[in-house]
Design a protein around this ligand. Structure first.
Ligand code: UT7
Length: 330
């Protein structure tokens, strides 16, 4: 009998404050307009952290909700995996803060640095630990608070991101067809310069003088990332479907990383997914990086669009460059 990693429950954590394109432009003094942002990205608004809110608080909120809904005890969780590139602290990991805040006394904890593919990679790690019998239950969270890392003087980048967390509890189930069926994870470090944060690490520590021309915050070559994203999303989907022996027409719901409506459309067109099979919430949240895919899973499941037994294909890409896909029987 095969042992599967099954998503039991979902949770989410969002900053209280919602900021529309118009409000963001006014507040940050960005030379842009609502129409440009909507046409080029599909984004209408995003949630932005204020006060004490951060990746850590959002992750805890999401993790708490997923845990409560799972019906498990905190001590049942044996591993916390958080996909994030914007933890409140450089270290310790955000996963350790979650472990402590939720009283997960029997759990190990670590972060996965895979940017917008962070949840894909994190879920793959949890699946491997479960399928090989190392653990029974994991809490997997995707979270980012990139509003705290953007360069507000770069209008092509700062309008893209929002803050969010979402979480799933994944458990071992013997037999049945529910669970994570197949995963692919890919990377191409040659594309590192396309999207990065160059200052503040150990090469250029915060207390050092920034080299001439280098700037703080997220630096991105938008067109390069765009071209990469269109190809990478399609390729990852093709690979995961082929490895699972599944035809694209069998997919019930397609959940792509919510970065840009045009990228989502291009990926959907490659597989001829009709719009009712494509989940979109980028207009409400912008690109929430590690939070994007699990937040979409949360909304799809809570709204009843994603029902038990459905075949769901998730795909993400991001800084690294990294990309990957999970095929899941919900
Ligand atoms: O999770 C991974 C994260 N990154 C991404 O997903 C980014 C992928 N890339 C993209 O989504 C798109 O490349 C962007 C949305 C970033 C940019 O869209 P684009 O259609 O590739 O625009 P562009 O960079 O080619 O710029 C077109 C024009 C330029 O003006 P000129 O040179 O034609 O006069 C830009 O200066 O639009 C201008 N522009 C803006 N105008 C108004 C750039 N940003 C803005 C802005 N408002 N915010």
């Amino acid at each position: 009998m095969s042992r599967r990693a099954v998503i039991q429950s979902v949770g989410h954590g969002l900053p209280v404050r919602i900021v529309t394109n118009k409000e963001l432009i006014l507040e940050k003094g960005i030379e842009s307009d609502d129409e440009w942002i909507q046409q080029r990205t599909g984004i209408q608004q995003r949630h932005i952290c204020t006060g004490d809110e951060g990746a850590y608080s959002l992750a805890i909120e999401a993790g708490r909700e997923a845990l409560e809904r799972s019906g498990l005890k905190p001590t049942d969780i044996e591993m916390v995996i958080v996909g994030t590139v914007s933890g409140d602290y450089i270290w310790p990991s955000t996963a350790c803060f979650v472990q402590n805040a939720l009283g997960l006394k029997m759990a190990g904890a670590f972060d996965v640095s895979a940017a917008c593919a962070g949840f894909i990679y994190s879920l793959a790690n949890a699946t491997a630990l479960i399928e090989t019998g190392v653990i029974e239950h994991a809490l997997v969270i995707g979270v980012d608070a990139l509003s705290k890392q953007v360069d507000w003087s770069d209008r092509a980048t700062c309008i893209l991101f929002g803050d969010a967390a979402a979480a799933v509890v994944v458990s071992a189930v013997e037999g049945g067809d529910r669970g994570v069926i197949k995963t692919v994870m890919l990377a191409d470090g040659a594309g590192a310069p396309f999207i990065s944060i160059d200052l503040g690490g150990t090469k250029y520590p915060p207390n050092s003088v920034a080299p001439e021309g280098m700037k703080y915050g997220i630096q991105m070559m938008g067109n390069e990332v765009y071209r990469f994203a269109i190809k990478a999303m399609g390729d990852a989907c093709e690979k995961v479907l082929a490895e699972a022996g599944v035809d694209a027409s069998e997919v019930d719901l397609f959940i792509p990383h919510q970065a840009n409506m045009r990228i989502i459309r291009a990926a959907a067109e490659r597989f001829k997914f009709p719009s009712e099979k494509v989940f979109v919430n980028v207009h409400k949240y912008g690109n929430t990086s590690g939070g994007s895919i699990p937040l979409a899973l949360y909304e799809a499941s809570d709204s009843g669009r994603l029902k038990p037994g459905m075949l769901v294909l998730t795909v993400g890409f991001g800084a690294g460059l990294v990309w990957g896909a999970n095929l899941i029987r919900w």
